[in-house]
Design a protein around this ligand. Structure first.
Ligand code: PEP
Ligand code: MG
Length: 541
């Protein structure tokens, strides 16, 4: 058994087979294989799949670009079917006892070299196609986790690091947990793991080796430990812990329908944070009192290089509004930037993205990108209790610009006779020290506030939440942050407005009593954290 310790980012126990995720197929490793016959079968299957793919691509291309142009795929298929080519690869796997990906990659150049010395060799003049075909086979061999999610048994993923846009797509039923060599506790990947309730340990460094691929692994997300090829005693202990956790979750179910009220009768709302259409279903199951933060940028991340249209955004907001009924749905306009890079939005090179062009600052620069969002949110406001919120605010001017854009969107909809809520509530995220200092003035301008403790902490401490070297200095309970939360709560309440906390600290049960004490109106947490938080509140005197 191998035991490794990393950083815990998301609690829970996961037990399964470890699969290394290779994002870049250029990084093919040379791996010695024990079972040569199995490797040959693996190659044969990948080759068959590549042939089937090429047949499909050919048919599609005939329809789109005509038979003459599609012929290239027919020719590529013939190359793959060439018996000499197949024999060459299989013979090398057999003799060299190496992994198929490596053999395919290195064989291409060998075959091209050989063909250049032979007359009438079928490869001559088709070098680029031979390479293209090889890449197709290698891609199938080193199947991405997306393919695995569609076809295979659930697994535990290992990777150098995982981008937020990738974590966003993890299906909890398939990705049981994940472990990485690098990454930071406060990144959005970590936020997403917690939000989805996927156990994860990161920062294992080079001791997380690719040779562990295919082995049984246990992730202990409570302790930040992983066990590779665990012994019987560890496996039993961890299974027990997993069952105990399940029993705890089942016990919490009894709190569904109960109030979030302390022993002395003080109430506090609990809402949920979401980012995708799928999350909305989880909110309903969680018994949260609404959506306290809809991170719209995730709707952009999901679409890859394509921008979502107003209609696509509207359909998701509509679902949220209708599903929540009378409960609040706080839609934050997209907070691009920082570690939430979106393929379809080019922000250019930035030396310090965390304090760069991001949040509402992008809205000031790219009105055309935000107008469809405003319209979509407004249209959804006709169907439920929807409000709009602005991220990374630092000045009154930004709020004025956001309001002006909202008025523009309203006017357009009015002219088009499209329904919306004229009195839609406007909220501001408090996640910069500047916003804390002007929270009194802001409170006269908008209807509600939500403290984003994740960004507020990094900006207050002047420490990048993405930098693993700073983990030990990154104190989420820093007195400066506590003072700021108090100041904001006071200023906002003086104006009779609502204050919520939607950063990760909202779910920290060691903070709940403090939040209740200073009169925070709402805590917004990941759906699976709602009932645990309710339990904590009901225990407070
Ligand atoms: C925060 O900064 O605390 C917050 C909720 O916003 P995000 O994590 O999306 O940056
Ligand atoms: Mg933030």
């Amino acid at each position: 058994m191998i035991t490794l310790t990393g950083k815990k980012i998301s609690e829970g126990i996961a037990i399964g087979k470890l699969t290394f995720y290779k994002r870049d197929i250029k990084e093919i490793k040379r791996i010695y294989v024990k079972d040569v016959e199995k490797e040959i079968q693996r190659y044969k299957k990948a080759r068959e799949k590549a042939i089937a793919e090429l047949e499909l691509v050919y048919d599609l291309s005939v329809r789109e670009v005509g038979e003459a142009n599609a012929a290239i795929f027919e020719m590529q298929k013939e190359l793959l079917e060439n018996q000499e080519y197949t024999d060459f690869i299989m013979k090398r796997i057999l003799e060299e006892k190496l992994n198929a990906e490596y053999i395919v990659q290195t064989s291409v150049e060998q075959l091209i070299r050989i063909s250049s010395h032979q007359q009438n060799n079928p490869i001559q003049g088709k070098e680029e196609d031979v390479r293209d075909v090889a890449i197709r086979v290698i891609r199938i061999l080193s199947r991405s986790w997306k393919d695995r999610m569609l076809t295979d048994e659930p697994f535990v993923m290992a990777a150098r690091d995982i981008y937020p846009s990738e974590a966003l797509q993890f299906d909890k039923a398939k990705v049981l947990g994940f472990v990485t060599m690098y990454g930071t506790i406060n990144s959005h990947t970590a936020v997403l793991a917690r939000k989805k309730g996927i156990p994860a340990v990161i920062g294992l460094g080079e001791s997380l080796k690719e040779e562990y691929d295919g082995k049984t692994i246990i992730i202990d997300g409570y302790e930040g430990k992983i066990y590779i090829e665990p012994d019987y005693a560890t496996l039993t202990k961890m299974r027990e812990r997993k069952d105990a956790n399940l029993r705890h979750v089942r016990n919490l179910e009894r709190l569904k329908g109960k109030e979030n009220i302390t022993q002395s009768g003080q109430r506090i709302d609990i809402c949920a944070n979401v980012g995708t259409r799928e999350d909305i279903e989880n909110v309903l199951r969680s018994d949260a009192g609404g959506i306290g933060l809809f991170r719209s940028e995730f709707l952009y991340m999901e679409m890859g290089s394509k921008l979502p249209s107003e209609e696509q955004l509207f359909q998701v907001y509509k679902l949220a509004a209708e599903s929540m009924g009378a409960n609040r749905v706080v839609v934050r306009i997209a907070d691009f930037g920082g570690d939430k890079m979106v393929e379809s939005v080019d922000l250019g090179e930035q030396a310090n993205p965390a304090i760069g062009l991001r949040g509402i600052r992008i809205m000031m620069e790219k009105e055309e990108l935000f107008l469809p969002q405003f319209r979509a949110i407004l249209r959804a406001s006709a169907l439920g209790n929807v409000s709009i919120m602005f991220p990374m605010v630092t000045s009154m001017e930004e709020v004025a610009a956001a309001k002006a854009l909202l008025e523009k969107a309203k006017k357009q909809l009015k002219d088009e006779k499209t329904a919306y809520n004229e009195n839609i509530e406007i909220g501001v995220m408090i996640e910069t020290p500047a916003a804390v200092m002007i929270s009194g003035e802001l409170a006269r301008e908008v209807d509600f506030f939500s403290i984003g403790t994740n960004d507020l902490l990094q900006l207050t401490l002047g420490m990048d939440r993405e930098n693993p070297k700073l983990d030990k200095y990154y104190n989420p309970y820093h007195p400066a942050l506590m003072k700021m939360i108090r100041i904001v709560a006071n200023n906002v309440h003086l104006e009779g407005k609502r204050i919520s906390i939607c950063g990760d600290l909202a779910a920290d049960l060691s903070m709940t009593e403090f939040f209740v004490q200073i009169g925070i109106d709402e805590l917004s947490v990941a759906p699976h954290q709602v009932l645990g938080l309710r339990k904590k509140i009901r225990e407070i005197q």
